[in-house]
Design a protein around this ligand. Structure first.
Ligand SMILES: Nc1ncnc2c1ncn2[C@@H]1O[C@H](COP(=O)(O)OP(=O)(O)OP(=O)(O)O)[C@@H](O)[C@H]1O
Length: 953
């Protein structure tokens, strides 16, 4: 199955220079051996070896040599079996990381190893590791050039940069004016390969898209939003994506520049210009041998991908940025899972459909073309963990095998073929038209026609014009189509911009200007257009540099200067070419026949229309610029007014000062003025400082607020975790308790099994297991400390409960004593009644008092009892207690009466538990023969001694 990203198939015959993909029939003959189910990984044999030191090693660079062209081996059934090429690129520590006190945590150890600085046993081996000093050209030579070369020979290729945010992906893929990235270098390379491949024709198309928040947007066509991924027998493709035919490196770069304008970027605390979307730049290459060598058309795709960076919890984001970050992380996680599954080499289900990114990369990742992964990393210790994860991802990717093979179109319906056919038909028509004109019209007739024309016979004039128009239209169509097909211009006419003459007087062929053919002139016009595109691209870069120059004025100044020079040079070349065109036009006019002149006029008219259009656009731009200028002027004026006002104030202050100094003399006045000036300046300085401080405080404040919010969130997560773990622990404990001594073992076994399941779900990656184990240990420690806290609190509560129990006991004791007293009182009262008959009113009162007195005397040493009695007498608070006692007494009395009725004499009750309903049992006796009743209370097992009291019978 052939690989594809956007529209992986050759363009439709109906496509023009700017095309949109549609659902096409299968025109590719895939040479690769592929699985029928695209979501099933091909069986592979991982080549990874793990040494004792934990070093993961691989064989030599696995991209393999580029497929030779023409290669019998490839055009046959054979495919090249290889693995993904993995390159690591370190970036230097950034200024920010230095200031934060970051240290180097990972470093390149030689050409192929990345080693951990804190734990030197941890190291990873890759095809190639580039240190911070390496430039992008070095990276290109190793990681991309072979893929580009193979793509030009018909083998699909994908190069992508992966890494955490701010690790240098965009720097590597796009680069800047000083150091162009992989994409511009690949484009240059593609055109130089075309130059160096005589005998082949190429047709190049580009598309550029982004995946933003899981939505595919066309960066070349702002109206192409939320495009859909489709699948057909050839794989996945993006429906309706715009494709542009490109004619030169500048032309292609101008599309990228235009696309970049629409790409989503934003700032986070790691990167001011962080990519918020994944971008896929695709170059579709069609080529065929010319003339008799024709052997069919080969089609291939080159995908150059700049992924958005994964964001850790350290990336401070809010609102939209957080949402973007979670989409980015999710898709990268899916990419990691897909890579992980593919690297296992088992024929399992691969979740390509879980994200748009993996869906689009499906064909590439499933091994039908060269894949080169460039992992960008920062050595900083603060990104230690993230870097480690990137390295693990890269290691896994290294295990994926690929089966690169050349695609070939045999039904000859490719766009290039279609153009070629159209050209020959049109040429034929043109010939017929020419011969018709010459054969069908005799000289006399022509003369008479001319005469008639001169006499103003409109009819003939119209016919002639129509004929000419048709011819011109055919000519221009042929030229247009010819121009779209790129051929090596070596040893032909100088077709590339490097050959542009340095003075208008110098012709393309290095001589004084001579008459050029219309094709040559058209080529020049095309070059002028390309130069215009490049100038536009450079101007937009210049604009961006000017914006950035605020942060890095020194560096930017040189870049700006270079860019300005470049733009000037290109403008000069453009003028030279225009001059050449004009001169050639003039020369040709001098030699031209009437027909040719008319042709010339027509083409000039067309050019004129084009120019008029350009002029209109430029004047519209001009209007906008003028408006902006006007606005700036107004602002400037306002600023001037402010300056004047301030100056006036300053003068006023100086004159004040002068007048006050008249007394102390002129010399002093000068000093005073200076002093005042200094004061004003220092005041202004102070003001500025304060303003800056204010801004900083506001920023810090908002930062703290964000951190606060995050901490709160983390706390809530931690609480949830703790609750879950507690629940699970409770579950385990319950099981232990329920199952008895054996259940503990069972519990452990079952928990071991469940974690084993989890291990299985991590694909038994020892590193991942170790990490997870560590995380679990940390969680356990946190839980243990939480448990200790809880135990401490429980201890406190227990103490309090014991205290309360003691107090309760004391109270009960007191209550029991009360009972004794009450019984005593009752007894005394009974005795008195016997002596005095029925005492009533005051007599009872006296009795009570006497009873109290007796009690006090009898229980003098037992202070608490006295205190309780006193309390009962004095405090109304104790009334409920008294009421309770009374009620209890009543109850006892009834029971006593009952027991007496049953013949039970000498009933007793336990003093400790007499209040409980069960304690209401009257103990049968106090005799020595009954061991139980005589020794302890059957309910609370309290010793009898003084805790039992008897009810008087
Ligand atoms: N190899 C390098 N040498 C020097 N500077 C670098 C290098 N790589 C990256 N940088 C600088 O680091 C900063 C961040 O780089 P870049 O924007 O490329 O990161 P990124 O990985 O694309 O981030 P994001 O994922 O957030 O888009 C830029 O200022 C860039 O110039």
């Amino acid at each position: 199955m052939a690989s594809s990203l956007s529209n992986r198939r050759p363009a439709s015959p109906s496509s023009s220079s700017s095309t949109s993909s549609s659902h096409l029939s299968n025109r590719l003959i895939p040479r690769s051996s592929s699985t029928s189910d695209s979501s099933v990984a091909p069986s592979m044999t991982p080549t990874r070896t793990l040494s004792d030191s934990g070093l993961i090693g691989y064989g030599s660079f696995g991209t393999g040599s580029p497929v030779p062209y023409p290669s019998e081996e490839l055009l046959g059934e054979e495919t090249v079996r290889d693995s993904i090429s993995v390159t690591v690129r370190f970036r230097p520590l950034s200024e920010r990381e230095y200031q934060r006190g970051d240290e180097v945590a990972w470093y390149p150890d030689g050409d192929t190893l990345v080693r951990h600085d804190y734990n030197p046993l941890t190291a990873y081996a890759f095809d190639k590791v580039f240190g911070p000093q390496a430039n992008t050209m070095d990276v290109y030579d190793v990681a991309a050039r072979p893929v580009v070369k193979a793509a030009m020979e018909g083998v699909n290729g994908t190069v992508f940069a992966y890494g955490v945010t701010s690790s240098g992906k965009t720097h590597t893929m796009h680069g800047d004016q000083e150091s162009p990235g992989i994409i511009p270098l690949a484009i240059q390379d593609v055109f130089s390969i075309i130059q160096n491949t005589p005998g082949r024709e190429f047709l190049l198309r580009v598309s550029y898209l982004e995946i933003y928040n899981e939505v595919i947007n066309d960066l070349l066509d702002p109206t192409g939003q939320n495009l859909r991924v489709r699948e057909d027998s050839q794989g996945t493709y993006v429906e309706g994506i715009k494709e542009e035919v490109v004619l030169s490196p500048g032309h292609a770069l101008s599309f990228i520049a235009a696309g970049e304008e629409h790409r989503h970027v934003g700032s986070n605390n790691f990167n001011l210009m962080s990519s918020r979307s994944h971008t896929l730049f695709t170059l579709m290459i069609e080529s065929s041998a010319t003339g008799d060598e024709y052997d069919g058309v080969i089609f291939s795709q080159l995908n150059l991908i700049d992924l958005a960076g994964s964001e850790s919890s350290k990336t401070e984001t809010t609102g939209l940025r957080r949402k973007e970050g979670s989409y980015i992380n999710k898709s990268l996680l899916t990419l990691g899972t897909v890579i992980g599954k593919l690297s296992e080499g088992k024929a399992t289900h691969i979740p390509y459909r879980d994200s748009k990114l993996t869906r689009l990369l499906q064909s590439s990742l499933s091994g039908h073309g060269h894949v080169s992964l460039i992992c960008t990393i920062t050595p900083a210790s603060s990104s230690n963990e993230e870097t480690h994860n990137t390295l693990k991802f890269a290691s896994r990717a290294k295990n994926i095998e690929i089966y690169a093979s050349r695609n070939q179109i045999i039904d000859e319906k490719s766009l290039i073929k279609k153009y070629q056919r159209e050209i020959s038909i049109l040429k034929l028509e043109l010939d017929q038209l020419r011969s018709g004109m010459l054969v069908g019209v005799s000289h006399e007739e022509l003369m008479s026609l001319k005469q008639q024309l001169e006499e103003g016979q409109v009819k003939m004039q119209t016919r002639l014009e129509e004929e000419e128009e048709a011819k011109a239209a055919l000519m221009s169509r042929i030229q247009k189509l010819t121009k779209l097909i790129l051929v090596s211009t070596k040893n032909c006419i100088p077709g590339y911009l490097g050959d542009v003459p340095h003075s208008p007087a110098q012709s393309l062929c290095g001589q004084r200007c001579c008459v050029m053919t219309p094709d040559e002139i058209d080529l020049l016009v095309e070059q002028v257009k390309i130069l215009a595109g490049e100038i536009a691209f450079s101007t937009s870069t210049l604009k961006r540099l000017v914006d950035q120059s605020v942060n890095d004025p020194e560096n930017s100044q040189t870049q700006i200067h270079n860019l300005e020079n470049e733009i000037q040079e290109k403008q000069r070349q453009m003028r030279a070419l225009e001059q050449l065109i004009i001169e050639s036009g003039e020369a040709s006019i001098a030699n031209a026949s009437l027909v040719e002149m008319q042709q010339k006029v027509m083409s000039l008219m067309t050019q004129c229309n084009g120019k008029t259009f350009e002029l209109e656009i430029k004047s519209a731009d001009n209007c906008i610029l003028q408006e902006q200028l006007q606005k700036k002027c107004t602002e400037n004026k306002e600023l001037h007014e402010k300056v004047n006002l301030l100056e006036r104030r300053l003068n006023a202050v100086s004159s004040d000062k002068k007048s006050s100094q008249t007394c102390s003399g002129n010399a002093v006045s000068g000093e005073y003025a200076e002093e005042l000036k200094r004061k004003i300046q220092s005041q202004e300085f102070e003001n500025e400082k304060l303003k800056l401080e204010h801004v900083q405080i506001v920023e810090e404040n908002s930062g703290l607020r964000v951190q606060n919010q995050k901490l709160a969130e983390e706390a809530s997560y931690a609480k949830e975790d703790l609750a879950q773990t507690r629940n699970s622990m409770n579950g385990v404990n319950n099981r232990k308790n329920n199952d008895g001594p054996r259940s503990g073992r069972k519990g452990r076994i079952s928990s071991g099994r469940s974690s084993g399941d989890e291990f299985e779900s991590w694909n038994l990656d020892p590193e991942a297991l170790k990490m997870e184990l560590q995380a679990r240990k940390q969680r356990e420690a946190a839980l243990e400390s939480a448990l200790a806290d809880k135990e401490f609190i429980e201890g406190e509560y227990r103490k309090k409960a014991e205290e309360a129990k003691r107090r309760e006991e004391a109270l009960e004791n007191d209550l029991a004593n009360m009972w004794v007293l009450v019984a005593k009182l009752k007894k005394d009262n009974g005795a008195l009644s016997e002596v005095n008959g029925t005492a009533t009113g005051p007599a009872r009162e006296i009795d009570k008092n006497q009873a109290s007195m007796v009690l006090r005397e009898r229980h003098a040493p037992r202070q608490p009892e006295v205190a309780v009695v006193a309390k009962i007498e004095e405090t109304p608070k104790e009334e409920p207690l008294v009421a309770r006692l009374k009620a209890r007494m009543q109850e006892m009395k009834e029971k006593e009466m009952k027991s007496q009725a049953n013949g039970d004499a000498n009933s007793h009750i336990c003093k400790v538990c007499f209040e409980s309903p069960t304690a209401a049992i009257l103990l049968p006796c106090l005799c020595k023969s009954c061991s139980l009743a005589c020794s302890e209370c059957p309910i609370c097992r309290t010793k009898i001694s003084d805790r039992l009291f008897a009810f008087p019978s």
